[in-house]
Design a protein around this ligand. Structure first.
Ligand SMILES: C[S@@+](CC[C@H](N)C(=O)[O-])C[C@H]1O[C@@H](n2cnc3c(N)ncnc32)[C@H](O)[C@@H]1O
Length: 282
């Protein structure tokens, strides 16, 4: 049985459940992704005075970086399918004093922003979650001005993201889903298939396509902290866990914990991750 890719409605519901967790984990997410985020903004050519569209913005961490970069003469529109994520992003942008940013609930696959003429667009760890990423890419391209650039950050291959792969494959197998189907549309690793994101950007009509790999260490004080991150903030895994009974869920966690324990050092838990930064111009 192949698990169907989640619809926008399913995603909104699942990520609403994870929104408080994602928001609470933002300091860890920031420590992990800040440098790659700056590179994503560079590859989207985000500069002062620009109008930037942020897709699947989550709790708005990277929206704040974009708002800081464009300054008061520019603007950011942070969008997400989950109303609770949008509320979290709005609160974060407000408390950081970014009056140049707005937020909107929107499904990446049907943005409804055709002809909006954004100068640039970004999507951090969201594009791979779409059931139809090509549809999403076409939708964002239509929101850009001619020449405007888009950059997405996604995970690369499973072998370079073992701490993600271990969790997803163990939990999927325990939930009765095919663990070998790592590139299943809508799954966390779906766009890590070699060459896929380049092809999708080209098929959507983007030109001047560049894809860079970026290795970053995901570090937490302990394995327990990483498990708490997954348990409270990783909606795709939380969804699979919900499909199980209590005993199966406990067994899945025990197996995950054992498989991830080799990444524990003397005073920290650290695992390698690898991201793809994939950019193109309209
Ligand atoms: C892994 S989180 C990343 C959030 C944020 N970009 C970050 O890096 O902190 C994925 C986000 O994608 C959003 N998302 C999932 N499916 C979506 C869709 N179809 N349209 C828009 N957002 C979506 C979720 O609500 C969630 O906020």
């Amino acid at each position: 049985m192949r698990k169907p890719a989640p619809s926008a409605r399913d995603s909104a519901r699942a990520w609403d459940e994870a929104a408080a967790g994602w928001e609470a984990q933002t300091p860890h997410i920031r420590a992990w992704l800040a440098e790659a985020t700056a590179e994503m903004l560079d590859m989207a050519d985000v500069r002062p005075g620009m109008r930037v569209l942020d897709l699947a913005a989550g709790a708005g961490d990277q929206s704040c970086d974009a708002a800081r970069r464009v300054g008061c003469d520019g603007g950011v529109l942070a969008t997400d399918v989950s109303p609770r994520m949008v509320a979290a992003a709005a609160a974060r942008l407000r408390s950081a004093g970014h009056g140049n940013a707005r937020c909107m609930v929107a499904d990446c696959g049907a943005l409804g922003l055709d002809g909006a003429n954004f100068d640039a667009a970004i999507c951090r760890l969201g594009l791979m979650l779409l059931p139809d990423p090509l549809r999403g890419l076409r939708s964002v391209r239509r929101a850009l001005r001619p020449g405007g650039r888009f950059c997405a950050m996604v995970f690369s291959e499973p072998g370079a993201n073992v701490c993600v792969d271990i969790v997803v494959s163990i939990v999927a197998r325990r939930a009765g889903l095919p663990a070998g189907d790592r590139y299943r549309p809508g799954s966390l690793l779906s766009l890590g298939e070699p060459g896929l994101i380049e092809d999708l950007l080209g098929s959507a009509g983007f030109v001047d396509i560049t894809v860079r790999r970026k290795r970053v260490t995901l570090g937490m004080a302990s394995l327990g902290d990483y498990l708490a991150f997954i348990r409270t903030a990783a909606a795709p895994v939380m969804g699979m866990l919900e499909m199980m009974g209590d005993a199966a869920r406990r067994a899945a966690w025990a197996e995950v914990e054992e498989a991830l324990s080799p990444f524990s050092g003397a005073d920290r838990w650290e695992a390698p991750t690898e991201l793809l930064l994939a950019a193109g111009a309209r």
